[in-house]
Design a binder for this molecule. Structure first.
Ligand code: HEC
Length: 244
């Protein structure tokens, strides 16, 4: 089990050992790329949750929560979090890749405009997790990189952990795993070399209205609450980057 708690450097070194020199040069970049893409997903969900009250406002029609509005906020927060400024893509290595995620997020919000702007309806099912899933699906079609939310007690069937993810979620759930530490591994998927990274997330009080207690009671979305308590492992963002 010890090698499950790999530091990022070790992972990069391991990638050298496992898949040979040509890949080695790009392995470290892929770890960084994975971290930054996960950050972009987190930032996107954060933007959505900050605007959740407006989105849920039944009294308002046009809410101004357009794809461009969300994309700009994402770029803004991403810059604050990472110092990487996607509004000046010429200065950013791999800008097209990151912008493909921003574009995916924008498209999801643009597509949802009729729902978001519907007057007289409060909760519309536009929530961070769904937004992240749909953005991830679009991003995969654009780039071949898989990004998903997953959990041991998942709700959406497509978020079901695969064998690798289930094992890493068990590691994350183990109290010996340092809280918040991501896990990454250069491995194979469908016969191809990939870098996989998972970043654990934990239940905050804001999550408990849907995922909390009483367990089994219906939440606002109509689904059964999982019975999580604050600080429990909620799940993870999981990413699979094909290695060249
Ligand atoms: C408004 C209710 C609501 C709130 C609040 C909420 N979630 Fe969820 N969550 C959902 C729904 C609904 C899904 C299924 C999304 C989908 O269709 O992909 C979900 C999915 C997830 C998933 C993916 C696995 C799965 O169940 O399909 C994770 C992980 C998750 N939520 C964690 C959180 C965390 C962490 C928070 C707080 C920061 C949170 N959720 C807040 C309703 C909620």
């Amino acid at each position: 089990m010890a090698n499950h708690f790999l530091s990022r450097t070790v992972v990069a070194v391991l990638a050298v050992a496992c898949v040979g020199m040509p890949v080695a040069a790009s392995a470290n970049t892929e770890v960084e790329t994975a971290e930054l893409l996960i950050k972009l997903v987190q930032v996107g969900r954060g933007v959505l949750s900050e605007n959740q009250a407006t989105i849920n406002d039944a009294s308002k029609g046009d809410k101004g929560i357009t794809g461009d509005f969300v994309a700009n906020q994402v770029i803004d927060r991403f810059r604050k979090a990472t110092k990487i400024d996607l509004s000046r893509p010429a200065t950013v290595p791999q800008a097209p890749l990151f912008l493909a995620m921003v574009e995916s997020e924008k498209e999801v919000i643009d597509e949802a405009q009729p729902v978001i702007n519907k007057q007289g309806v409060g909760f519309k099912g536009i929530i961070p997790a769904v937004f992240a899933r749909k953005s991830g699906e679009r991003f995969y079609r654009k780039t071949g990189i898989r990004v998903k939310l997953t959990s041991i007690d998942y709700r959406f069937p497509g978020n079901r952990p695969d064998d690798f993810e289930a094992e890493v979620l068990r590691i994350f759930a183990d109290t010996r795993h340092p809280k918040g530490q991501p896990y990454s591994k250069a491995t194979m998927l469908d016969g191809r070399p990939v870098l996989r990274m998972m970043d654990p997330e934990y239940a905050a009080t804001t999550c408990l209205s849907c995922h909390g207690n009483p367990k089994g009671e219906r939440d606002v979305t109509g689904a059964k609450k999982e019975g999580w308590h604050e600080g429990d492992l909620a799940g993870a963002i999981s990413i699979v980057i094909p290695m060249k």
